[in-house]
Design a protein around this ligand. Structure first.
Ligand code: SF4
Length: 222
């Protein structure tokens, strides 16, 4: 798979949705620190990401760790799992060395539970967009397997979701190309951020307050 070195990691989109600063610290400034949650996530994926698993179960072919790319979005990554479902017509994708035609369904494994924000959904939708570009097909839905729930959850790739993730990918590229790390903005989710001790969002908040105070002092004093 050939790609420009400026292509960004698909997995980054979930960080970007969670917090653009967190994404920039990791992907632009190359800072990373595991916490218990991220460590559990790595361990879970070690079990799932076996690049040599390629199995057939009935009408399904299951493939793991397929490299993904979108030239349109300048993104690259690796899928957890892709399932190819046999179609009765000839309108699906072809697989080298296999008979028939198939629908392509991306599956992403998550150690925890369904999230309140759209970070996971955005990541899965980007994977679908990559697969559409790679296989020249249309993918209507994908699935998450949540370790905590022990079941699959379907995600529909609506036009609105596609539009949103394309906007996010454009923003990420803009920040990356211009070396922009957004300023810290303390929110409730900061307490679960693995980069909290590096980011120090409250410090920035007090700095902002002091700065505002100084600014207002100079304005009122002038
Ligand atoms: S601590 Fe908060 S502002 Fe800083 S990177 Fe994490 S989520 Fe973003």
């Amino acid at each position: 798979m050939e790609f420009n070195m400026d292509y960004l990691m698909i997995s980054g989109i979930q960080h970007f949705v969670f917090c653009p600063r967190q994404w920039a610290l990791i992907h632009i400034e190359q800072i990373w620190k595991d916490n218990v949650k991220t460590f559990k996530g790595h361990k879970f994926h070690e079990k799932v990401d076996d690049p040599y698993v390629f199995e057939k179960r009935g009408e399904r072919i299951i493939s793991r760790s397929i490299p993904l790319i979108s030239h349109e979005l300048s993104l690259v990554g690796v899928s957890d799992c892709i399932e190819f479902y046999v179609r009765n017509d000839n309108l699906g994708v072809k697989i080298k060395g296999r008979e028939g035609s198939y629908d392509v369904i991306p599956i992403e494994y998550k150690v925890g539970d369904i999230k309140d924000d759209e970070s996971d959904i955005s990541q899965l939708c980007v994977q679908a967009i990559c697969l559409e570009e790679m296989f020249d097909t249309k993918i209507k839905k994908g699935y998450f397997y949540y370790g905590k729930l022990r079941r699959r959850v379907e995600v529909e790739f609506t036009e609105e979701l596609r539009k949103n993730v394309k906007e996010l990918a454009k923003k990420m590229k803009y920040y990356f190309d211009n070396g922009v790390t957004p300023k810290a903005c303390y929110k409730k989710h900061c307490v679960s951020c693995s980069l909290y001790d590096i980011c120090l969002p409250k410090l920035n908040r007090s700095y902002t307050k002091v700065k505002n105070y100084i600014d207002s002092y100079w304005i009122s004093g002038s």
